[in-house]
Design a protein around this ligand. Sequence first.
Ligand code: NAD
Ligand code: IPM
Ligand code: MN
Length: 364
Amino acid sequence: PRKLKIAVVPGDGIGTEVMPFGVRCLKAAASVYGLDLEFEEFDFASCEYYLKHGDMMPKDWKDTLSQFDAIYFGAVGLPDVLPDHVTLWGSLLKFRREFDQYVNLRPCRLMPGVPSPLANKKAGDIDFWVVRENTEGEYSSIGGKIFEDTDREVVIQETVMTRVGVDRVLKYALDLANSRPKKHLTSATKSNGISITMPYWDARLQELQKAEAYSGLKIDKFHIDILTAWFVLRPEQFDVIVGSNLFGDILSDLGPACTGTIGIAPSANINPEGKFPSLFEPVHGSAPDIAGKGIANPVGMIWAGQMMLSHFGFSDAADGMLKAIENVLARQEATVVTPDMGGKSGTTETLGVAIEKEILSLAK
Ligand code: NAD
Ligand code: IPM
Ligand code: MN
C-alpha cells in the first residue's frame, strides 16, 4: 500500500518557515504519483511549547509519535531563549535515541547550477553519502561535574561505544557502499589520539570487512583532521564515509558547505528495522540570524521529504522530487533561489513554490 502517516514537527526558527514548503512538495508528489500521505502537525519540540508547558514535549510523546510511519522534523533551538542542551536533549536527541534511529544518512551532492566555494568544481564532482552513528559515541549522557565552582572543578563526559552500536552502523555503511557503483567506503577515525574508543572502531571495521560479501569493496580510513582537509582539497575521491556521532556531525556540515550551502542538505535518521518511526529533517538548524525574514532555503527540508519517500520505497515519487529540485536549481533564477545560493530577490516562498510546480509539471 502506498500510504504513509507522517507526524509533522516544525520546531523553532526557520524550521517553521521551511516546513510548509516541504509538506506542499510532498503533497504535490503524492498527487502526481498516487501516494496516500496523511499529515498531522504537532507544536511540541519547540521553545514556544517549553515556555507554555515547562517541558519540550508532553509526557506521552513517545506513544503519540509511535503511531506514525515517519516524523518530518524542521529544526529546534533558540539559544537566546533556552540553552541548546535543554532544547535538543529534550527533543531531537530523544527521538534519535528512544526510537533507535542509529543511522543518520546525509547525502552531499554538488547540484547543477549551484556554485561551489571550491575552485573548478562542477555538478557531479561532489557526490557522496555521510553515514553517521546516531545514538551513542561522543553524544553520551554519562559524566558530570565535581567540585563545581571551585578551582578544583572537574567536568567529564564519557564517549560510549558498544559492540552492537558500532557494528550495526558499520554494517549499514558497508552495505550502502557495496550497493554503489564505486564500491568505496571511507572510515573517519582518530585512533592516533583518542586511544581507546577509536582503535576499537577501527578494529570492528577490520573484523566486519572480512565478510565475503564485502570482498569487492575498496575500504580506507583517514584520521578526522586530514579527512576534513581532503573534503576541501579532493572531494571527488569520496563515495560513502562512515563516522562516529561527532565526526559524522562535523563532516555533514563541511560536505554541504563544499556544495554551496548547508541550506540544501537533508538527513534521514533511520531505524532500519522499522520497529520505530524514522525521522527526516534538514541538516541545518533553526538559523536564528535569518529567522522571520522569509529567506531560508527550503531545499534541505524538501529534499528530506524526498529521502522519506525513497526510504519507504516510493522510488518513482522520490526520483521525481529530486529531479524537480535539480531542474529548478539548474535554472539559476536569481528571483527564485534564496540568498544563500546567490539569489537576489528569491525567498523561501519563490523557491519552494517553484519546486512544487516543477514536481507537478514533470509528471505531464
Ligand atoms: P544553523 O544551521 O541554524 O545556522 C548556521 C548558519 O547557516 C546561519 O548563518 C544560518 O543563517 C545559515 N543557514 C542555516 N540553514 C539555512 C537555510 N535553510 N537557508 C539559508 N541559510 C541557512 O546552525 P547554528 O547557528 O549553529 O544553530 C542555530 C540553532 O539551531 C541552535 O539552537 C542549534 O543548536 C540549533 N540546531 C538545530 C538543529 C536541528 O534541529 N537539527 C541542527 C543544527 C543546529
Ligand atoms: C545535527 C545537529 C544536532 C547534532 C544538534 C542540534 C544537537 O547539529 O543534526 O547535525 O549535533 O546532531
Ligand atoms: Mn550538525
